[in-house]
Design a binder for this molecule. Sequence first.
Ligand code: TIU
Length: 220
Amino acid sequence: MKTIAAQPFDFTFDPAHLALIVIDMQRDFIEPGGFGATLGNDVSLLSAIVPTVGRLIETFRTAGLPIIHTRECHKPDLSDCPPAKRLRGKPSMRIGDPGTMGRILIAGEPGADIVPELAARPGEIVLDKPGKGAFYATPLGEILAEKKITHLVFAGVTTEVCVQTTMREANDRGFECLLAEDATESYFPEFKKAAIDMIRAQGAIVGWTATVDQVAAALR
Ligand code: TIU
C-alpha cells in the first residue's frame, strides 16, 4: 500500500488498483475559438495548467498505471446532444456550428481533440462523452471494473463542471477519488476554490485533494 499526503487526510491505495482520469483537456476548452470561448470565457487560465497535467500523466506512465483521457463531444448528426444543451443561453456559436477549429464540440473535428502536448499514447484509453460526467452514456464503469480499479486520481477541466460531476458520479459508484488540485482549472478561480473546498469538506464527502508533487512522491 502507498499513501499520498492529501487533504483532508492521507489517501491510502494499492497501486495495482489505481488509475488516472484526465478530463476534457481539449482544444475546444483550452484554445481561443472553441466551445469554452463561445460561452464567453477567457480560456488563457486553462492553458496554464497544461505542463502540470503533463507532469501528472508522465508520473502515471512511468509507474505503468492506467490512464484514461476523456473528451466532451457529440456525434456529427447531434443525435447525442440534447436540445436543452445546444439551445441554452446565448453563446456566440452553438454546438455543431462551424468555428475556427472545425465544428464546435463535434467528435473528429480539430477542436474536439486533446491538446497536442497531452495526446494519448498507445495503450491509453480515450473516451468520448456527451455529458459533463464521464460515466453517463459511456463504458467507463465497465472499463474500470474490468481493470479492477478502486481508486482514481482526477485532473483536467473544468474543476466545477466536468471534473466535479465525474468525481461525484465515481464517488456514488464506490470509488475512492482524489483530485490533483494544481492539475485542474476553471474559467472562474473562485469556483475552482469552492469546488476543491466542497470536495474535501465533511471528512472527504466527495474525495481527497493533493498536489501533483504529492501524488508523484507517493508513486515514486
Ligand atoms: N469539460 C467541461 O467542464 N465542460 C464545460 O462545459 N465546462 C465549462 O466550464 N463550461
